[in-house]
Design a protein around this ligand. Sequence first.
Ligand code: MG
Length: 400
Amino acid sequence: MNWSDVAVVIVAAGRGVRAGGDGPKQYRPLAGMPVLTRTLNAFAAAIPGATLVCVIHPGDVDLYESAIASAPALRADSPLLQPVFGGATRQASVRAGLAALDATLTKIALIHDAARPLVSARLMRAAVEAARAYGAAIPALAPVDALKSIDERDRILRDIDRNGVRAVQTPQAFSYDLIRNAHDRAAAQGFGDASDDAAVAVWAGHAVHTFEGEETNVKLTHPQDFAAAQAQLMQSLGDVRTGLGYDVHAFGPGDHVWLGGLRIPHDASLVGHSDADVLLHALTDAILGAIADGDIGSHFPPSDQRWRGAASDIFLKHAVELVAQRGGLIAHLDATIICEAPKIGPHRDAIRARIADITGLDLGRVAIKATTSEQLGFTGRREGVAVQAIATVRLPMGEM
Ligand code: MG
């Protein structure tokens, strides 16, 4: 499937005051990943090749930069445009996002709330297909509860026939020319208080179709929504797997070793094709084992000159990315370093912090232990360092 004529405007310029907590809700962590990162990641994974552009608040540039740095499905070649600054209203923000798109390339535009990170691949693809078929289409749900109209003092005025109403969601999907022209005309003629983009299209005289939305495609609005979304994510990640990693490197001449991404002074160095970071290698293999995706040598062949002297954090980051590309997350990493020297104790906390940083995990999900082998065997004879590692990974249910 080719999505290169599709563009997605992700509206992330709001302040999210109702959600409580520190800072705008679209940058708050949800199961270890900022909400905006999850949303971007979902689109990049479901409709690869589609152009993405975020509309952000000018005060959030640093938050945005750190959010996109950790979106695993976004590759170096991913068509993510520079962010656009939002306007005074949501409607003005969307218009700015649409204006940033390539008018010759873009046939279909999806407009999505950053605060709906649980949007499914099915819904994103259905939105694209509906826009191709109808020119303007939005996801909608028939209400389950009875509906009442109320007055300003919360007293019931009358019943509303629920057969005739829908609760609408995003992504709202349009032919690009249709929605861009509608927004431009609305701005020119002073129509500026649309509740969503469907309202702009209707104002401009277009028929807007609805297609089936999803109960799980919630908009994170209140503090309790975060807890519910986190529980929903964790429940969907019920395929728990473990993987084992083991690595050994021998000592050679030198004055430092690399362990866990840290340079530790020593009276010898570890010998290897890369930087010989035996701990990061074992952790990488443990993660690859958990997702049954080969080993470090199959992803980074020693015969490839690119990895000569390479800093091993790139191997570990790649394994983390592979998990994220499958929609999963790493629940825990644990490793035991086996050597007589160097002494690990003084460096243990720094190593944990470095691994948490490389993998994006909370510190409480990274364990590092060390032991000697009581002067027995090759580690006991100070000929090298061995590491055993184990990774626990959660993948989406139904993944084969
Ligand atoms: Mg190795």
